[in-house]
Design a protein around this ligand. Sequence first.
Ligand SMILES: NC(=O)c1ccc[n+]([C@@H]2O[C@H](COP(=O)([O-])OP(=O)(O)OC[C@H]3O[C@@H](n4cnc5c(N)ncnc54)[C@H](OP(=O)(O)O)[C@@H]3O)[C@@H](O)[C@H]2O)c1
Length: 243
Amino acid sequence: MPNVLILGATSDIAVAIAAKYANEKYNLSLAARNVKLLEPIKQDLEIRYQHQVDLYTFDATDFETHNSFFQSLKEKPEITVCVFGLMEAEDRALEDWEICKKMIDTNYTGAVSILNIIAKHYIRQRSGTIVGISSVAGERGRKSKLIYGSSKAAFSAYLAGLRNLTHDSNVQVVSVKPGFVDTKMTEDLDLPPLLTAKPELVANKVYSGVRKGKNVIYVKWFWRYIMLIIKLIPERIFKKMNL
Ligand SMILES: NC(=O)c1ccc[n+]([C@@H]2O[C@H](COP(=O)([O-])OP(=O)(O)OC[C@H]3O[C@@H](n4cnc5c(N)ncnc54)[C@H](OP(=O)(O)O)[C@@H]3O)[C@@H](O)[C@H]2O)c1
């Protein structure tokens, strides 16, 4: 049975993606920095779907361990989904370099570190799929998402470049821009219900997008157009706006 590796597997979006792939008869390799939190997720998935679920410790910011982490996988995954991410309060990130650096290191440097290793493996074997959960917040720099948005912008650019690099090697790279999603990350925010997706919708879009060979997925279709409008606003007006 094919295997899916999920990086940042304690995330609400990751749990939904794991359930979707288990339901589609994939074995799972779940990786997170606190493996204890994965135990109940594994138990639940094994009871519901009777597939193999292996657990691994993985910290996105512990760059030196990424090579040995990938070598330690019992089964090499056909699909890798990079879900981990960090969104701290922007005012705190501006004040405190350690918080700022942690966000950049998680959302960008950590993702590049592990995905370089996995991409090279996929290029060598001339097959494989990488899915990166980025964000519409990366589409234009804004004061309300100064560091989170710019780290996701860098991640989106990396995924686009990786797609270009691996195209001739039969490797698929999918960028996912979910828009608002109802998860732990956003539980303190007052999100507009119409614009907000459930993690299960993200999971369904990831699964179907990979099968259809999509390059970029906007989970709710209108986010593509919302962001297009935002990107078209002239800078001299945009810099005065409260976005
Ligand atoms: N929710 C939204 O509206 C939304 C919108 C667009 C994009 N996204 C992106 O979607 C992804 C999943 O987020 P979510 O909404 O599901 O939120 P979440 O439940 O808070 O998930 C964030 C995950 O990232 C993991 N993580 C943080 N730092 C890590 C590190 N150093 N190493 C490994 N894992 C680390 C967390 O693990 P721990 O359990 O160890 O803390 C957690 O599992 C993120 O990349 C986020 O930026 C979310």
